[in-house]
Write a protein that binds this ligand. Structure first.
Ligand SMILES: [Zn+2]
Length: 103
């Protein structure tokens, strides 16, 4: 999924410690924008697509194990959430790929 989060970081452009908006594709940081001056750091494009593919592979291989652990801890809630979570995967991955392509 394309995720957006904020965090207080020191900007390398304006030097202030302010909120930055960070965009993620899955677990991969795609960009970070200073909310004060707008300076935006982008993950290097040549590495971004390769890093995303490796991260996606890792998530796909570990997904069944993570769901099994959730099923053991919270069987009823997990069983109810599983069908919707599976149905969202293609859309979630498509949004991540769009984010990676846009950079
Ligand atoms: Zn700044």
């Amino acid at each position: 999924m394309e995720g957006r989060e904020t965090a207080v970081l020191r900007c390398s452009n304006c030097g202030l410690e302010v909120e930055h908006t960070m965009r993620y594709a899955g677990r991969l940081l795609v960009s970070s924008m200073c909310d004060n001056c707008g300076f935006t750091w982008h993950h290097e494009e040549s590495d971004l697509r390769t890093a995303y593919v490796h991260d996606l592979e890792s998530r796909i291989w570990t997904k069944p194990g993570r769901w099994l652990r959730r099923l053991r801890r919270h069987p009823v809630e997990t069983a109810l959430e599983l069908p919707a979570a599976l149905a969202r995967q293609p859309f979630k991955i498509a949004r991540e790929i769009i984010t990676v392509i846009r950079g």
